[in-house]
Ligand binder design. Structure first.
Ligand code: NIG
Ligand code: ZN
Length: 421
């Protein structure tokens, strides 16, 4: 699944090679893209083996028989890293999309047993093959839009068997497509319908997540992270705290859905538990921003969800100003945002979250990779990192924002092979 490739004489390469590499970038660091002009890149067996001025290209560095991609007049970026998705689900919720466009509210649909619970029903019904096939189609479209590494959460099972099946499908997607996949157990995504009417249902479910689902998922080696939907209508800070203690005891690093619908305590919990990432963050005050910064938590913004739900955008400028490292992801899921194109969502992060184009590039490459612990393998154009690159049809990355939605991706290189052109 890997290849040898010579990418020749790009007008510009946004290498991101100049800032800190062992941690996500914050403040002014986010605007430095390490631009190189007229450079070539050699990928050998899927890994970047050389990068430098085209005139200095050493003949012995180019593997015999390597394919060549002429990059003149165009720009190269690192492969994009989508650090928050719910990619594995069954069916769709296009009916709810129409209901919301006609005025229905996302939280009200969820409270009435639709929303996430509707996807749970459809996901439980699917067998492994159907779940895999539906999810693989979405992943292929993500890849064509420039994503070469993706985080995938469970959370449409809410029972042990389906949670395990979702995570297995995510691992199989990695195996069969070669896309780098990081998995997150989000067993606490919603209280399942079968426990909703029982007074002790909430308590019982949180207990099951702690004592049954998380230990089983860890024993099977199926999750790299633990996540909880800590928000109004989902799980309280007290319930979340119980689950996070268990995750920590099991050695699972934490990411958290936090402060999407209000100041619900999720962001402060993320800081308290040293989460790798706190995600959504539409409602944040100065104290919460300082807590995230001091704890080194990456703020992952999901502007596609803001666009689709119409409930406002997280204040990305305030986060950058406060020195919180920012990542941007699609949140690709069947309900609140089924957008797959991270190169499009990068533009939304500028228009909605008020990031600069350069900050949005850092947020979808190095910072997203760092929030997933992948900064030693992805997110920059550097010798030793994965040969994952995006060739734009233009010489200026700002065009992804300026002309958002236009077909601006000329080719996607994945582990040294051109997978989309
Ligand atoms: N907020 C919680 N989970 C998803 C939405 C899931 C759904 O609606 O199916 C999100 O991140 O937006
Ligand atoms: Zn989400």
């Amino acid at each position: 699944m890997t290849g040898d490739l010579l990418l020749r004489a790009a007008a510009r390469i946004y290498t991101l090679a100049d800032g800190p590499k062992d941690r996500p970038r914050a403040g002014a660091e986010m605007a430095a893209l390490g631009v190189r002009e007229g450079w070539s890149v050699v990928v050998r067996d899927g890994t970047i083996a050389w990068a430098g001025p085209d005139a200095d290209l050493p003949a012995d560095k180019v593997p015999a028989g390597a394919a060549e991609l002429d990059c003149r007049g165009r720009a190269l970026l690192p492969g994009l890293v989508d650090s928050h998705t719910h990619l594995v689900w069954g069916g769709d919720r296009k009916d709810e999309l129409e209901m919301r466009l006609a005025g229905a509210d996302y939280e009200a649909i969820f409270a009435a047993g639709g929303g996430i619970l509707s996807s749970v029903r459809k996901t439980r019904e699917r067998d492994d093959e159907a779940l895999f096939a539906e999810s693989a189609k979405r992943l292929q479209r993500m890849l064509r839009a420039g994503t070469t590494a993706v985080e995938i959460k469970s959370g449409y099972g809410l029972d042990l068997d389906t949670e395990l099946r979702q995570l297995r499908v995510a691992r199989r997607l990695a195996k069969e497509t070669g896309v780098r996949v990081v998995t997150t157990c989000l067993a606490a995504h919603a209280l399942p319908a079968e426990l909703r009417d029982r007074p002790e249902g909430r308590e019982e479910f949180v207990g099951r997540v702690c004592d049954e689902v998380l230990p089983a998922v860890v024993a099977a080696g199926l999750a790299d992270f633990c996540d909880v939907f800590c928000d109004r209508g989902a799980f309280t800070p007290e319930e979340t705290r119980r689950i996070l203690h268990r995750a920590r005891a099991l050695g699972l690093p934490i990411r958290l859905h936090a402060n999407e619908f209000g100041h619900t305590g999720g962001a402060l919990l993320a800081a308290e538990f040293g989460a790798r990432s706190a995600d959504h963050l539409l409602h944040l005050d100065d104290g919460e921003r300082a807590a995230l910064r001091d704890a080194g938590v990456v703020a992952t913004l999901l502007p596609g969800t803001s666009l689709v739900l119409g409930k406002g955008f997280a204040d990305g400028r305030a986060l950058v100003k406060a020195g919180v490292p920012v990542a941007v992801a699609t949140d690709c899921n069947p309900g609140s945002c089924a957008l797959e194109s991270l190169s499009m969502v990068l533009a939304l992060a500028c228009y909605g979250n008020r990031l600069s184009p350069a900050e949005a590039v850092t947020a979808t490459t190095h910072n997203a990779a760092a929030s997933l612990g992948l900064h030693d393998e992805r997110g920059r154009v550097e010798v030793g990192l994965a040969g994952d690159l995006v060739l734009l049809a233009t010489d200026d990355v700002r065009d992804l924002v300026y002309h958002a939605g236009s077909p601006l991706i000329d080719a996607v290189v994945h582990r040294g092979r051109v997978v989309a052109r």
